[in-house]
Design a protein around this ligand. Structure first.
Ligand code: C5P
Length: 252
């Protein structure tokens, strides 16, 4: 948008400052995976915007968020925040594109990173004893997200200890709420990624998108148990099908 300051053109979203307090975020219809822009899907931006709005409005009792208004199905007006330099990934299952590497890491590195969160003998797609936070750096400007241990975030000075403690509390409470609501609708919220910022008062505020199929894995709750017992992949309703499609073509 010409004339609006501090434009940020992300893989899926574009955002701009409106004034000292507010930012404008446009969710496009672009579909990206593995840092590649693949195609566009009609109404995808609208789905992301409306789903995030649903979760922002439904989780205000858990923590404050950046939402001010949705003036158009693809557009969010939100509060300007000082964004934390980490992606806050919460996992309820041993799953996903990092599945094998997590298991491999678990034999060495992941235990160091995440302590007892991944007990011995776990299988792919198995539910974890309790949800864990596996933060990463933000791979902006072409860099990849690097895994961080939960204690690394404060130890490396990325986020101050009190802010990080509050962020972790919020992330786990949001995830528990999201899993419970998804379960009521026959879905398993497997994992998700949150982004938080801090406002001028130092309050930790939820931002970006919440529990969308771009930022989360969802499985069919009705078929999960039987498929897991048979060693079959869960029925997924998220971007994993796109990631599999790309991998099958790039990595035969
Ligand atoms: O790929 P991985 O298993 O690390 O992803 C964990 C969760 O975080 C998934 O739900 C994925 O959609 C989300 N994620 C994301 N953006 C990233 C990395 C992961 O939304 N940059």
């Amino acid at each position: 948008i010409p004339g609006l300051p501090d434009p940020h053109v992300g893989k899926v979203r574009q955002s701009y400052d409106l004034d000292a307090e507010r930012r404008l975020m446009v969710a496009t219809d672009r579909l990206s995976a593995f840092d590649l822009n693949l195609t566009t899907v009609p109404f995808k931006g609208q789905v992301l915007t409306e789903l995030s709005r649903f979760w922002f409005e439904g989780t205000r009792h858990i923590c404050p968020n950046h939402l001010i208004a949705v003036p158009d199905p693809n557009v969010t007006v939100c509060r300007r925040l000082d964004m934390l330099p980490v992606e806050v990934v919460v996992r309820g299952y041993l799953a996903g594109s990092t599945n094998t590497s997590l298991l491999t890491m678990y034999k060495g590195g992941a235990r160091r990173l995440y302590g007892q969160a991944f007990p011995d003998g776990m299988r792919d797609n198995q539910r974890l004893p309790a949800p864990v936070i596996t933060p990463t750096t933000k791979g902006d400007h072409g860099a990849h997200d690097e895994p961080l241990g939960p204690d690394d975030v404060a130890r490396l000075g990325l986020v101050d200890a009190a802010t990080w403690d509050r962020t972790r509390e919020h992330a786990l409470a949001l995830f528990a709420f999201g899993q419970a609501r998804a379960r009521e609708r026959g879905l398993i919220l497997v994992d998700t990624k949150y982004e938080f910022g801090v406002d001028p008062d130092g309050t930790v505020v939820l931002a970006d998108e919440v529990h969308t199929p771009d930022s989360s894995r969802y499985w069919d709750g009705a078929t999960y148990d039987a498929r897991f017992e048979r060693g079959e992949a869960p029925d997924a309703f998220d971007k994993d099908m796109v990631r599999r499609w790309v991998r099958a073509r790039c990595d035969p």
